[in-house]
Every structure is written in structure tokens, then in C-alpha cells.
Design a protein around this ligand. Structure first.
Ligand code: MN
Ligand code: MN
Length: 445
């Protein structure tokens, strides 16, 4: 097998948006024999297919030898990460500076996104049906983009504000151009903006109006890096939840001959509540499973679909907040997860009195505990909550899958500085999570 960590770091570097993730996943899965389910008429034991939802979510199936009705072993992670989305009418010029207006996506601390190099990645859909791919800022030859902040010398008022107001959402506009110093008159007040529009037309072939039908994501520029002299940690953008998505995918591709059908869900829109046609609260899994059952030519297909979901086991592969010694007061240490102590199980997530949680069954937790070993020995795992009771909380895709009646538990890699432009994970945890996911895919009823 190739180097898991090196491949993971490349995945972080090359797949900062969900669309780029899907393209890369299809390439990797294709090499292992996975075909687009739309191109396959009949399926049988050992066949491998994927169901692609709008190029933003994907579900992979590896048909097992056991009856599908007995359920699948499902790994599910999300591909979207917090970022700034370019608005639909974004361009404006102010005092010689050209800006792109943005709307943030997901839970961010807005003040973390100023004064760092930024890239713009995404697509522009033209009205003639053509799609233009945009990817500026990650190549060394590219320029980057930038959000300004107030200098400390005159930031007295700003610094007295609460964290949420230090940088307001409407002030997260990125600098994409500036006057070259030529003198201008009042009548050509948009001269720099128009110059930027010309540059865009020349280089990328779209106009100002085309921003209306674009999905451009502003993400931190730069590659993933090792952190620390001993290089035991990794810094990178979007590790929530690409670290679990990548390890889930790699486990799915490696475990080939399976008894129970295996399934890997890599989905969009988790960071904004799993809503929309590419989110987990849609009928995505039901639709994909229906296409699978149809091609297996089973009798009573409707019942088979329901039973196969109802009898499934799932790990909702998502990250957990790692204990932070510098902010120890936020954590119940005994019920926390730590960097470099292995994969994390969350019996439940949610907030306050476990609201919105999918609480895994004790019997199921016991079953998963029992398989935390492989030919290399025990797999390190930790059982944790996100933080102290009533400190905050969050949700995952677990509850949407649990609605089919299947057994689900949250399980993933501990992360420091989650949702920051660059997040921190431990190499040991990534490797243990990969082992855990492989062991899970071989789980029997
Ligand atoms: Mn997540
Ligand atoms: Mn998240």
C-alpha cells in the first residue's frame, strides 16, 4: 500500500472543495474497479459502483456475498468545510481597491479569516451550458487574495467588541485588485473594477453577469504541512471532515471481498445542517440504495430497500474536538478525546440536554468495541464527548441515517482548532482511524 499520510496530505492540497473531492474520489475508485451505477444494467456479488449526486456527494457500494436485506456496513463522512462563498453579485470598487463580496459558509470565527492568503476555487456555469473551472491561489505562480483588518494603533473600539463582532460578516470582502496609480477622474470611478472584469474575461472567459451562476469558494491558500520538530502533527485546511472522508474512502477501496455489502457515503452540506439536494437530510441514500436494489433484480424491492437500510451498521465518520491543555476549563477531561490517543467514539453528539443527538445503542457500542483489533494488534480508541455539558455542541450526519432505523455511532479523528483556516490532527490518530474503519467494514451481523 502507498503512504497513507502522504496521500492524505495530497488530498488536502488538491481537493479543497467538495467538487474537487468528488473528481478525485471517482478517479481513485475507478482504479479499483468502481463504475458509475448509471452505466451498469445488472449487478451481482463483487460488483463495485458509485452513485454521484450533482458532483458534490457520492455513495460507493461494494456488493457483498450476503443478502442485502441483512444490511450494509456503512461509513459516512462529509466533504464540505467552512469557508467564504462569493456572492452572486460580488464585484465592486471602492477608492481604487476592487473587492469581491462574500457570504460565509458554516461555523467560522470570522476574525480568523482576515490577513491570511486566500485562494478562489470553484465553477462558473455559463448560460450556454459551458462550465468554467476556476482555481487561483494554490499554484506558486498564482497571486492570492486577502481580507484586510484594522491596524492595532487605531483598533481600540474594535478590540472592545465581542469576538463575533470584531470582524462582521459583511466586512469579509476580499481584495482582488487595486489601482496601478494612474490618475483617474470622477467619471471613470469603476476603472479598476472594469480592468479586473477585462482580466477575468481574457483569462477565464466569463463576464460580470456570470457570477450569478457561479459557485466560487474562498479558502485558505497553501499546502498541508507537518507541525512540530518530530513531525507527529499535520496542519491543513478542511480536515473537518476530509480526514474522515479520506480514511473512510481508503478503507472502502482496500477491503475488497466482503460478506455484508459495504457502503461509503461522502456527502456535502453537513456544515450548514445537511440540508439541500446534496445533503444527508435529502433522500440521497434511499435513492442510491433503490438504484442498487433495482440492478440486483431482487423480488419485493421496496421491502428489500427498507430492510437493507434498517439492518445496516454505520459509523458516522466525523471529527471530534481534541482536548486542549491551554483551554482545559472547557473540557471534562475524563470524557475528552486527546491528540495521539487514537480514533474517537462519540456515543452521542448534540447540545444542551443531548438535543438533536443520535444516541448510539449500548449494544451497538459494545459490538464496535469488540472489533477494535486487527492483525497488527489492538486499535487505540477513545470514548469522548465534545466538551463539558452546556459548553456548546454540534451535530453530524448520524441522525439522518439513524432515521432509517439503522445502528449508528459517531466515530472519527480528534482535531485541534476545528473550523479554523488551518486545523491540527495527529498522524497516529489518522492511522488508527483508518484501521478502525477497515475493521468495521468486515463487521458481521
Ligand atoms: Mn464535521
Ligand atoms: Mn464541522
Amino acid at each position: 500500500m502507498s503512504d497513507l499520510i502522504k496521500d492524505y496530505m495530497n488530498f488536502l492540497n488538491n481537493c479543497k472543495t467538495e467538487r474537487l473531492c468528488i473528481q478525485d474520489i471517482i478517479k481513485k475508485a475507478g482504479k479499483e474497479g468502481y463504475k458509475d451505477i448509471k452505466d451498469v444494467k445488472k449487478l451481482t456479488v463483487g460488483d463495485k459502483v458509485y452513485y454521484n449526486q450533482m458532483g458534490k456527494s457520492i455513495i460507493l457500494f461494494n456488493v457483498g456475498s450476503e443478502s442485502l436485506e441483512n444490511g450494509m456496513n456503512i461509513l459516512g463522512a462529509h466533504l464540505d468545510s467552512p469557508r467564504l462563498d462569493v456572492k452572486q453579485k460580488p464585484l465592486y470598487e471602492s477608492d481604487g481597491i476592487v473587492y469581491l463580496n462574500t457570504h460565509y459558509y458554516g461555523g467560522i470565527k470570522k476574525y480568523q479569516w482576515v490577513t491570511i492568503p486566500l485562494s478562489i476555487i470553484g465553477v462558473v456555469a455559463l448560460s450556454d451550458g459551458k462550465i468554467i473551472n476556476v482555481n487561483i491561489g494554490d499554484d506558486d505562480k498564482d497571486p492570492v487574495f486577502y481580507i484586510t483588518d484594522i491596524l492595532p494603533h487605531i483598533a481600540q473600539k474594535q478590540m472592545a467588541k465581542t469576538g463575533d463582532e470584531i470582524i462582521e460578516g459583511e466586512k469579509l470582502d476580499i481584495v482582488i485588485g487595486c489601482s496601478d496609480g494612474r490618475k483617474t477622474e470622477e467619471k471613470d470611478k469603476d476603472v479598476n473594477k472594469n480592468r479586473v472584469i477585462e482580466l477575468i474575461k481574457e483569462k477565464y472567459g466569463f463576464t460580470e453577469d456570470d457570477f450569478m451562476s457561479a459557485e466560487l469558494e474562498v479558502v485558505p491558500s497553501g499546502k498541508s504541512r507537518y507541525v512540530g520538530l518530530d513531525k507527529n502533527l499535520i496542519l491543513g485546511y478542511g480536515q473537518d471532515d476530509k480526514v474522515c472522508a479520506f480514511t473512510s474512502l481508503m478503507a472502502m477501496l482496500e477491503i475488497k471481498d466482503v460478506k455484508r455489502t459495504t457502503c461509503c457515503i461522502l456527502v456535502d452540506k453537513e456544515e450548514i445542517g445537511s440540508s439541500g439536494a446534496t445533503g444527508m437530510s435529502s433522500n440521497l441514500l434511499l435513492n442510491a440504495t433503490s438504484e442498487l436494489v433495482y440492478r440486483l433484480s431482487l423480488s419485493n424491492p421496496e421491502l428489500v430497500i427498507r430492510r437493507s437500510l434498517f439492518n445496516s451498521y454505520m459509523l458516522s465518520s466525523d471529527v471530534n474536538s481534541a482536548y486542549d491543555p491551554l483551554n482545559a476549563e472547557l473540557y471534562d477531561k475524563q470524557n475528552s478525546s486527546f491528540l495521539a490517543k487514537g480514533v474517537v467514539f462519540n456515543k452521542y453528539t448534540g447540545s444542551r440536554g443531548k438535543y438533536s443527538a443520535s444516541d448510539a445503542n449500548a449494544e451497538y457500542v459494545a459490538k464496535i468495541r469488540s472489533i477494535m483489533k486487527d492483525s497488527d494488534g489492538d486499535i487505540s480508541f477513545q470514548m469522548a464527548e465534545m466538551a463539558k455539558v452546556d459548553i456548546g455542541g454540534g451535530g453530524t450526519i448520524a441522525k439522518y441515517c439513524a432515521s432509517y432505523g439503522m445502528q449508528v455511532m459517531d466515530c472519527g479523528v480528534p482535531v485541534q482548532s476545528m473550523h479554523a483556516p488551518f486545523e491540527l490532527t495527529s498522524i497516529f490518530d489518522i492511522k488508527e482511524t483508518f484501521r478502525c474503519y477497515k475493521s468495521f467494514l468486515k463487521l458481521t451481523a
